[in-house]
Design a protein around this ligand. Structure first.
Ligand code: IMP
Length: 195
């Protein structure tokens, strides 16, 4: 059974394909001739995920899903949240984002945070949302070199290492994205959706 994943990120594609299993063939926008940036201009993770999935659905008529992820820090009122990729500005990188976050958290007693992934699926024209989250805390140093983004400063609850100190398999076993994908898979594998 074919389904479109509205992403041009090869890393995400491989991760989701591994969880979905061989019954599902993931199709990319690029393989359908859609090579432009998919717009994500909404103010929530849900809004962005829906916007990306709808954009592809409207152009192809194919069932399609998209994801959006943010790091929500309690002491910062949920920031960087939907702006996680561009926290330090449009032309800044992961290091700049991490540095700004640690700066903004200086002196904060509450260092709790969570990663939240929202997946929007447009299936036979209908919207469905799935969420995965992982609670944890922000430390005030950088630890580990695996992963990406805020991984070196985030320790998930119940662990004593950052995401960046975990192997990809260890991270994927508990990550926000994996949890959201598992909910999507559960839905897609219900008898009326199975190939
Ligand atoms: P996206 O919606 O998956 O592209 O994620 C938006 C931003 O959130 C990324 O650019 C990263 O800064 C951050 N992010 C998303 N997922 C992760 C993760 O698993 N670890 C660390 N940072 C992440």
């Amino acid at each position: 059974m074919k389904i479109v994943f509205a992403t041009n990120n090869g890393h995400k594609l491989a991760e989701v394909a591994a969880i979905l299993g061989p019954e599902w063939e993931l199709v990319t926008p690029a393989s359908l001739g859609i090579t432009e940036d998919i717009p994500e201009t909404q103010s929530t993770l849900e809004g962005n995920a829906l916007q990306k999935a709808r954009y592809i659905y409207e152009r192809t008529g194919l069932d399609c899903f998209a994801d959006d992820t943010g790091l929500e820090v309690t002491a910062l009122g949920g920031a960087p949240g939907v702006r996680s990729a561009r926290y330090a500005g449009d032309h800044h990188d992961f290091d700049d984002n991490n540095r700004l976050l640690l700066h903004n958290l200086e002196g904060a007693a509450d260092r709790s945070a969570r990663f939240r992934t929202v997946i929007a699926l447009i299936e036979r024209g209908r919207d469905h949302l799935f969420e995965g989250r992982v609670e944890g805390r922000i430390i005030d140093e950088y630890r580990g070199t695996e992963g990406f983004g805020y991984d070196p400063i985030f320790i998930p609850k119940g662990a004593d290492t950052t995401f960046a100190e975990m192997s990809p398999a260890e991270k994927n076993a508990i990550s926000h994205r994996a949890r959201a994908v598992e909910r999507l898979v559960e839905f897609l594998n219900k008898p009326n959706h199975k190939p």
